[in-house]
Design a protein around this ligand. Sequence first.
Ligand code: HEM
Length: 236
Amino acid sequence: MPVVATATLVKDSKSTRSTIALKILMAGSGIIFIVFVLLHMYGNLKAFQGHDDFNEYAHHLRTFGEPMLPPSGLLWVLRAVLLVSLVVHVYAAVSLWRRAKRARTVKYVVKKNKHSTYASHLMRWGGVTLLLFIVWHLLNFSIGKVNVTGGSTADPYNLLVDSFDTWWLTLIYLFAMAMLGAHLHHGIWSSLQTLGLTNTERSRARAKTFGLTLAIIIAGGFSLVPIFVLAGVISK
Ligand code: HEM
């Protein structure tokens, strides 16, 4: 085999290996997010049990693990894990995005089918929307504690109710949850593909159902609290 062709093959196989490594990093950090959002969504449902139960849960988040851990110790561990996962997830996404772009301009033109182009746009812009949502969300409920009604921010339950009593804020959250659902749906499918779990017709169907079910449970479960606050079922 000519030297140039061998060198190209070696380069290609190296590049394929690192693309797979990036996809595994995406899937791994994605799994950490899925576990977190499932627990967070379940915790939010405490709002249906009323003021005291919800606030006790919010307080418990900060005292969990004491006295073995310092106050808010577990919360800080969680924050660190989430931050590292976020950096890894975004880094892998941007690297894969760049690779795909390079492959399109330098190599031959492959006409992708409409469905995969739509899915990759949705993942990209959906991901950017979710990043913006997370920044606002942390300002709203965690780092900043912003009450858009101008009311008090000292009581977690009241802040939650005030926020979702505001129709436009509820609308923003519901939109973000729809984006989250779509992101999870496609992300779970493509990570199962990376892990080689979609090789047969049956496993493909199972992977699709699994992704869709998890996306509906998480996005739907998160949407319940804002909807029921706006409807006046969860109130102060
Ligand atoms: C309708 C959807 C959601 C509602 C109602 C909601 C509600 C809340 C509330 C009330 C807190 C403050 C908890 C406390 O510190 O007492 C919180 C914190 C947080 N939420 Fe959400 N959340 C939602 C969706 C999400 C999503 C989709 C994500 C991530 C993808 C997320 C990530 C976080 C994070 C990272 C914190 C900060 C925990 C901390 O460090 O203090 N939330 N959320």
